[in-house]
Design a protein around this ligand. Structure first.
Ligand code: GRG
Length: 310
């Protein structure tokens, strides 16, 4: 769970917006909805394994982005909550599979043993699959009738695109191929992270906008906002792998250096990486200017991405 009391310095333009309080409240809403989304029924083992990782904490950045965008564009939390839950289910399944011995082979995630360490590789794979299927079922079945069915279909298509070979899966494949290679170009690194990390963040924001009937022009603005914060998110993730402890991160720290992985700090150094992330956040916030005060939560979340410590 994010240490909201540890959210660092608030930029002056966000001074009137209580981000820590906002995140805490939204995390609670998301946690409650996610808790309700998975009962424990027969065969209990799989439902328990799905709940284990889904309810293990996590900052809930993706569902909060989805809800915040929907509200900014005039929609409600109720309209977006099934999609918000879906993006967190998809994100969690990607973490479970990423941690498997066949991929990153990690023992800790969100401050707990990884799913396969507790339930075994076979059940961990199936827990990921179960979460992925439930994500789409949630959007299709739980989205209220106030959202047009045509929009629900668009959301389902967007999510499918973001996580398939043109998104997370494609980014992960290139990441795996790049392992152990020291001559990875910036272009390849950008490809990996635009797909592995930014694609889902983009889907969160765009789906939130679609649910609130955002115009195509606004969807374009939202897309640019999300692409910029998506890359900034990954740059900071790379920095935190170097500068934070396992306790702060809830997962193994220093993994990239140990695996001699090419990262943004390994190409640019820490300081340059930080300023590039800040530049991306600034560019993201420019896209929100037409939305005036309603954009305060999304602006504050963008700044939080570069000031977070986990
Ligand atoms: C989606 C079908 C499908 C398969 C998954 C394994 C895989 C394919 C992709 C890997 C995706 C991955 C693990 C990307 C890393 C993204 C990232 C920066 C994760 C950390 O996110 P945080 O900091 O974590 O938001 P919390 O725990 O706070 O939610």
């Amino acid at each position: 769970m994010v240490a909201t009391d540890k959210v660092q310095k608030t930029p002056p333009e966000e001074a009137t917006f209580n981000l820590a309080g906002y995140l805490k409240e939204r995390q609670k809403l998301c946690d409650n909805a996610l808790d309700r989304s998975i009962p424990v029924i027969y065969p209990e083992k799989i439902y328990e394994a799905m709940r284990y990782s889904l309810l293990a904490g996590g900052k809930r950045v993706r569902p909060i982005l989805c809800l915040a965008t929907c509200e900014m564009m005039g929609g409600t939390i109720e309209m977006a909550m099934p999609t918000a839950c879906a993006v967190e289910m998809i994100h969690t399944m990607s973490l479970i599979h990423d941690d498997l011995p066949a991929m990153d082979n990690d023992d800790y995630r969100r401050g707990k043993l990884t799913n396969h360490k507790v339930y075994g590789e076979d059940v961990a794979i199936l827990a990921g699959d179960g979460l992925l299927a439930l994500a789409f079922e949630s959007v299709a079945i739980q989205t209220p009738q106030s959202v047009k069915r045509e929009v629900v279909l668009q959301v389902i298509a967007r999510l499918g695109r973001a996580l398939g070979a043109g998104g997370l899966v494609g980014g992960q494949v290139v990441d795996l191929e790049s392992e152990g290679k020291s001559d990875i170009s910036l272009e390849t690194l950008n490809f990996i992270h635009k797909h592995k990390t930014a694609a889902l963040l983009e889907a969160c924001v765009v789906c939130g906008g679609l649910i609130a009937n955002a115009s195509p022009e606004d969807v374009q603005r939202l897309t640019r906002y999300a692409q910029n914060i998506g890359l900034a998110f990954q740059i900071i993730d790379d920095i935190l792998d170097i500068t934070s402890t396992q306790e702060q991160l809830g997962k193994t720290a220093g993994k990239d250096q140990k695996a001699q992985k090419v990262t943004y700090p390994s190409l640019w150094g820490l300081e340059e990486s930080r300023s590039k992330a800040q530049e991306l956040v600034k560019e993201a916030c420019v896209e929100l200017e037409p939305f005036g005060d309603r954009a305060k939560p999304l602006q504050a979340i963008a700044h939080y991405i570069t000031s977070r410590n986990n």
